[in-house]
Design a protein around this ligand. Structure first.
Ligand SMILES: [Ca+2]
Length: 329
């Protein structure tokens, strides 16, 4: 299976993607091929390349992850906060998408429709994780289940965002965390109540992601309307510990919504208008899946709250990770 990635900004990843993720197993293809393809008329570019290894080797970490300051060893290394890092995003509408008329950095695939530059989306209350899922948290899942990640998945320090995770890897973590939180005696009561009511830990939809990043005051970047190297990890060389950049004034106090790693969503990559009807959490077809927020390798434009990237579900890359949502399915 070939892995494809699509980004709003042409060509950036073709030159910045580190070489270690090139597949050593398929000598019939060059490590990276650039293809110019239109995706459903939105004008994005796609890249094809062979995937990294597919999880056939034993997990590299058999021992429980070590304790980390600020994270709970008795709760799968989740943040030491009253709700274990789940942050409430209140119900209500927000304006999604855009065009250069509303945001000079907007890409073609952010336009809402032929007649509308933006669309109003109303969401029920949900809880989004304050931080990207960390290496230590993913290691806790691997230890608990015997899940086999890629060789590189747990290589970074425990407080960095987990990367080299495919879309199914992310879904497996979320499903596991749903059951783990529901079963554990020390799960905070507000989380327990919602899990008992059928809520689940999932990947966010791209609408849930964008509302949380834009905030009530419709920001172009999570911290405001201009790029700021002091506020996010981008145009750099590697991931950094989650929450390294001060963003207390970012919407809802979420960290790293811009930069560090791109974040998988459960929305298929397709033209707007957005509809939650197409969001799934099973691998049923050959769709690309939306990822958001840009990464440590990206230019500032890709860190915008409206930027939409697309990834093949099998793609594992050093700049791709995820965060999770607690919401009604
Ligand atoms: Ca991020």
């Amino acid at each position: 299976m070939r892995a494809r990635l699509a980004f709003g900004l042409r060509g950036q990843h073709a030159v910045t993607e580190p070489s270690p993720v090139m597949s050593p197993s398929d000598g019939s293809r060059p490590g990276l091929m650039l293809l110019a393809l239109l995706i459903a008329g939105v004008g994005a570019w796609m890249f094809t390349q062979t995937p990294s290894r597919g999880g056939t080797e034993p997990p590299p970490g058999a021992a429980p992850p070590p304790a980390l300051p600020g994270f709970r060893s008795d709760a799968w290394l989740l943040p030491d906060e009253p709700l274990l890092g789940f942050v409430k995003i209140p119900e209500g509408p927000f304006l999604m998408g855009g065009t250069p008329a509303t945001d000079p950095g907007a890409f073609d695939n952010e336009r809402w429709s032929s007649t509308l530059s933006r669309g109003t989306v109303t969401l029920e209350t949900y809880y989004l994780s304050r931080y990207e899922v960390t290496v230590a948290q993913f290691a806790a899942f691997v230890v608990d289940t015997g899940y086999e990640p890629a060789a590189e998945t747990l290589a970074a320090p425990g407080d960095h965002p987990v990367s080299h995770v495919s879309w199914p890897d992310a879904l497996a973590y979320a499903d596991w965390l749903t059951g783990a939180l529901a079963a554990a005696p020390n799960t905070p009561e507000p989380l327990r109540q919602r899990l008992a009511a059928g809520w689940r830990v999932m990947l966010p939809t791209e609408a849930q992601w964008e509302k949380a990043a834009r905030g009530p005051d419709d920001r172009i970047y999570p911290w405001g309307d201009t790029a700021d190297r002091a506020r996010a990890n981008f145009q750099g060389q590697t991931t950094v510990p989650v929450g390294s950049y001060a963003c207390d004034d970012c919407p809802y106090g979420l960290a790293d919504m811009g930069g560090n790693v791109w974040e998988w969503t459960r929305s298929p990559y397709q033209p707007y208008p957005f509809t939650g009807d197409d969001d799934v959490d099973t691998l049923g077809d050959d769709a690309l899946w939306v990822m958001r927020g840009g990464s440590f390798t990206d230019p500032e434009r890709n860190l915008r709250t409206g930027t939409r990237g697309g990834g093949d579900p099998g793609a594992r890359r050093p700049f791709m990770g995820f965060r999770v949502v607690l919401a009604t399915p």
